[in-house]
Design a protein around this ligand. Structure first.
Ligand SMILES: NC(=O)c1ccc[n+]([C@@H]2O[C@H](COP(=O)([O-])OP(=O)(O)OC[C@H]3O[C@@H](n4cnc5c(N)ncnc54)[C@H](OP(=O)(O)O)[C@@H]3O)[C@@H](O)[C@H]2O)c1
Length: 244
């Protein structure tokens, strides 16, 4: 993969685009010429993104949406259909860590919240845009997960379970669309300097971690037409592509 793949004329949807990895990925996609559909709840973050992409000569559609709103996700798919009739790229990045705590101590409402964003919202997105990805010349979906899905360390159970569920969902979906032009993959960013990482590791010096802009190009490569593999996992920290 290179950092040079053009997305000129492509329509790319990025969730969690108001800050962190999603913001950097949306900016990168805009820089490469995509029309970016940017989804998150924080309007200020989305507007800042819009300013940056416009300053580079690009364009966005801002979608302030709580991804817990499944009907809202359905409406988003319908709106994309009306305007473009297809979707070239989906970057399912929005995620929630929850509280790091022993499994029996996880609060029921927090379990719901993390599963809703990390799993259910991505299922609802695929349900909403599947036909739009199939309508594209080369539909690409990539979802941001974490090595926690496999390491399932003590106190990380909720987050790990949600990412493991996401990966299973994407793996099945990738197999289901294998006879089409759609490819679906998983991306592990590794430890990145974001608000989520600071919450997970409050004692860590953020200056020792890569910035979101450092991982974004590889993530965005995975929605380019030239990324032709499917049911794969790209681990940024290891620089490795392997079967999901
Ligand atoms: N940072 C790391 O070290 C690291 C490592 C491994 C994996 N990851 C994964 O990378 C992805 C991005 O993480 P990050 O570190 O960039 O996190 P972050 O800085 O906390 O950003 C999370 C993004 O998700 C959005 N979001 C949260 N709840 C939402 C909701 N209900 N509806 C819509 N959007 C919502 C947030 O926007 P609003 O609050 O504006 O809605 C924000 O844009 C996540 O999937 C995370 O699990 C991160």
């Amino acid at each position: 993969m290179t950092t040079e793949q053009s997305l000129s004329g492509k329509v790319v949807l990025v969730t969690g685009a108001s800050r962190g990895i999603g913001y950097a990925a949306a900016r990168e996609a805009g820089k490469r010429g995509a029309h970016v559909i940017a989804v998150a709840r924080t309007v200020g973050g989305l507007e800042e993104l819009d300013d940056e992409i416009q300053a580079m000569g690009g364009s966005t559609t801002l979608v302030p949406l709580d991804l817990g709103d499944g009907d809202g996700i359905d409406r988003l798919g319908a709106a994309i259909f009306e305007r473009w009739g297809h979707l070239d790229g989906l970057i399912g990045n929005a995620g929630l860590l929850g509280t790091l705590t022993p499994v029996p101590h996880i609060a029921p409402d927090e379990f719901e919240k993390v599963m809703t964003l990390n799993v259910t919202a991505n299922y609802r997105l695929l349900r909403s845009v599947d036909l739009l990805l199939r309508q594209a010349e080369a539909g690409r979906a990539v979802f941001v997960s974490s090595s926690s899905a496999r390491s399932a360390k003590p106190y990380w159970g909720l987050y790990a379970a949600s990412k493991a569920a996401l990966e299973a969902l994407v793996k099945s979906y990738a197999s289901e669309v294998s006879a089409t032009n759609v490819k679906a993959n998983i991306f592990y960013p590794g430890a990145v300097r974001t608000a989520m990482r600071a919450k997970a590791m409050p004692g860590e010096d953020p200056d020792t971690l890569p910035r979101p802009e450092a991982v974004a190009p590889k993530l965005v490569d995975m929605v380019s037409q030239s990324f032709a593999q499917t049911r794969m996992l790209f681990d940024f920290a290891r620089g490795e592509l392997s079967a999901l």
